[in-house]
Design a protein around this ligand. Structure first.
Ligand code: NAD
Length: 476
């Protein structure tokens, strides 16, 4: 049985406890018990991290691709060796099932391996010029990165935030969520143990608004990378503008799922129901608004409810559990509020709509249908285990509903018509589109949104280039 580790920050390679004046209680969401005390940064800790990051950038911008690849490969190997330990820590902190946490570790291993190869493919351009003249366009690392990772993927989010800057030759200060610090520290430790110079990557925790204003206001930082809600993202983007920082913003979504009558409905249901309740719905690309062609609406809704009813919720450490608790007390409160509002406006509640048990933050798999479009839940990201199923008539109305909101992160469509698939690929405003699949990510594929879901991409070659700037050099 994995013990929950003692908590600290990592600044200039040292374990730092922030003077011990302020701490955040880390809670196991399956039990509600406090499992750790996380020291929070004071201004002096952040200044030290900034000074170290400036030094780290001077070191790492000169590193060879071989050196960066060796660190990323080594970290991937160590993560694989430490897979069980990391997964158990993630489950203890965040609540997701052990199976989901293991997959998260493996996805991060894959990302570090991909980046280890990508460092050799950061090509520039040689421009066509008359003989004797030469012009080249080069990619250079942008500089020290301030990266903010949320709690819902306690391993994957810090892995993305650390991996891309390190592959690009930047230094990085990571502020992962205070709810899930040990997972983030575990990822960073793999990189440090694989030979990453201690100045290059650090981990701080604190009062989020204090840390972000301190770091983003510093002339040392050259890029902001943030994953979290659109509200906080907009606030941080404003701070970043004052310092003219590059930004990668991975924000909220409200995933539309278009289901057409010509789709294989059973196959669609088998896939989307499992995806809906993954991590208790606390996934930015979660399928959320089910936009179902009228003629198959009853069948789809009934099949959905039947499958959702069979999901076993419980402590993520238990072997046969399919859905863990929500990650913090804010989420069940939000579920009660959003489902209550929808019901009061006439939506039909078919399943759930209530908490489970008295301990921890469990919420029942929930299904609503025929929800008025002005209900809060049809406009605000629910980020929880609730499916919203509405009937629509015809492709045009379905696409209009998919594009109705200011979000555009992930969208899905299920149809057997190839011609329709092409039209949807053109028409749906989204950063990622799954056609007859829920698999919309991959280490080699850009992950990110449009509209209020943010800009810039993580993963893929684009994830590394997002941590680089261009320089054109002209020789006469
Ligand atoms: P929140 O908006 O308070 O926080 C979201 C994240 O931003 C957290 O990790 C938090 O530590 C961080 N944060 C908050 N204020 C900050 C600040 N001033 N500076 C720097 N970081 C700051 O919300 P929450 O209760 O943690 O989560 C609720 C909502 O956030 C969800 O409904 C969902 O929309 C969104 N969310 C999105 C993702 C994602 O993957 N895109 C992940 C987690 C949460």
């Amino acid at each position: 049985m994995t013990q929950y580790p003692s908590l600290h920050m990592i600044i200039d390679g040292e374990r730092v406890s922030g003077g011990g004046r302020r701490a955040h209680a880390v809670v196991n969401p399956a039990t509600g018990e406090t499992i750790g005390e996380l020291p929070l940064a004071e201004a002096a800790d952040l200044d030290r991290a900034l000074e170290t990051a400036a030094k780290g950038f001077r070191i790492w911008r000169k590193s060879s691709p071989q050196q960066r690849a060796a660190v990323l490969q080594g970290a991937a190997r160590l993560m694989l060796e430490r897979k069980e330990e990391l997964a158990r820590i993630a489950t203890l902190e965040e609540g997701k099932t052990l199976g989901e946490a293991r997959i998260e570790v493996m996805m991060n291993v894959g990302l570090f391996e991909f980046y280890a190869g990508e460092v050799f493919r950061i090509y520039g351009r040689a421009l066509v010029r008359p003989a004797g003249m030469r012009s080249t366009v080069m990619h250079e690392p942008v500089g020290p990165v301030a990266a903010f990772a949320p709690w819902n993927f306690p391993i994957g989010n810090p892995g993305r935030k650390l991996g891309a800057p390190i592959a690009a030759g930047c230094s990085v200060i990571l502020k992962a969520a205070e709810e899930t610090p040990a997972s983030a520290l575990g990822v960073l430790q793999c990189l440090l143990d694989a030979g990453l110079p201690k100045e290059v990557a650090q981990a701080v925790f604190g009062v989020p608004s204090e840390v972000s204003s301190h770091l983003l206001g510093s002339p040392v930082i050259r890029k902001l990378s943030f994953t979290g809600s659109t509200v906080v993202g907009k606030h941080l983007a404003r701070l970043a503008t004052d310092n003219m920082l590059r930004t990668t913003m991975e924000l909220g979504g409200h995933g539309p799922v278009l289901v057409f009558a010509d789709a294989n409905i059973d196959r669609t249901l088998d896939t989307v129901v499992a995806q809906k309740y993954r991590n208790a719905g606390q996934v930015c690309v979660s399928p959320t608004r089910f936009i179902v062609e009228e003629s198959v609406f009853d069948r789809f809704r009934d099949g959905f409810v039947e499958r959702a009813r069979a999901i076993k919720a419980g402590n993520g450490l238990d072997a046969d559990v399919q859905m863990g608790p929500m990650a913090n007390p804010r989420r069940p409160e939000a579920m009660d509020r959003l489902i209550g509002d929808a019901s009061s406006r006439g939506a039909k509640l078919h399943l759930g709509g209530e908490r489970i048990g008295n301990a921890g933050y469990f919420y029942a798999p929930s299904v609503l249908s025929e929800i008025p479009l002005d209900a809060e839940i049809m406009n605000e990201e629910p980020f929880g285990p609730v499916a919203l199923i509405n009937p629509f008539r015809g492709e045009e109305a379905m696409v209009a509903e998919a594009n109705r909101l200011p979000y555009g992160l992930a969208a899905y469509a299920w149809t057997d018509s190839t011609a329709r698939q092409r039209r949807l690929a053109d028409e749906i405003e989204t950063g990622m589109l799954g056609l007859n699949t829920a698999m919309i990510g991959g280490a080699d594929s850009p992950f990110g949104g449009v509209k209020w879901s943010g800009h810039g991409a993580e993963d893929g070659p684009e994830g590394v280039l997002a941590c680089m700037v261009l320089k054109a050099v002209h020789e006469g």
